[in-house]
Design a protein around this ligand. Sequence first.
Ligand code: ITT
Length: 210
Amino acid sequence: MTGHRKLTPGKLIIASHNQGKVREIRALLAPFGIEPVSAAELDLPEPEETGTTFAENALLKARASAEGASCVALSDDSGLCVSALNGAPGVYTADWAEAASYEGGPGRDWYMAMGKVEGKLAELGHETDRSAYFICTLALAWPDGHSETFEGRVQGNLIWPPRGTLGFGYDPVFQPLGFDQTFAELDPQQKHDMSHRADAFKKLVDGCLT
Ligand code: ITT
């Protein structure tokens, strides 16, 4: 693929405060000898995600870190799109988990978020289409303002009750097409071979790393 700016060896910031994502992105980058540092480790601020698309939010996050640290930054904006809910929660996937945590402070409750999706599907009846896909937009931003974005998807079905303890977020209810296990039951390497993040990452590699 031509026309994309190449990523040269050196420092790279993962512009994410989500530990699950950072772990997966580190694993995807490892074969390329890139040892990234996360925005959380550098104490970089989290910009408000005011965009209405995955690409807009991914660019907001990558640009904030690239400008904040004068270094190339890679962000990930992702979400779960449920067919019967017209693509919801979509860009608002993380918001659906916002809750008062048990300790009293703000926090994210993934079990509640998965239950919210399931509750809405249940309202639509037993025969409801349970298909869904995860989407991931990866954005690379350079300190001079240049940026690149890549989108990936993985199709599957939602199951209930949740199963598995691996992965993060909505993984326990997502069963990728062709598999009997959820993303939270599959070996992490299997998820890295076919996830929405892996799909977007393959495009990033084709465009910017080879
Ligand atoms: P950053 O913005 O700091 O990267 P975030 O968690 O706020 O972290 P998003 O706004 O992109 O990120 O929210 C996407 C949500 O979608 C995320 O919190 C997960 O719950 C969910 N999600 C994304 N990828 C997922 C995956 O591979 N498995 C399970 N859930 C996923």
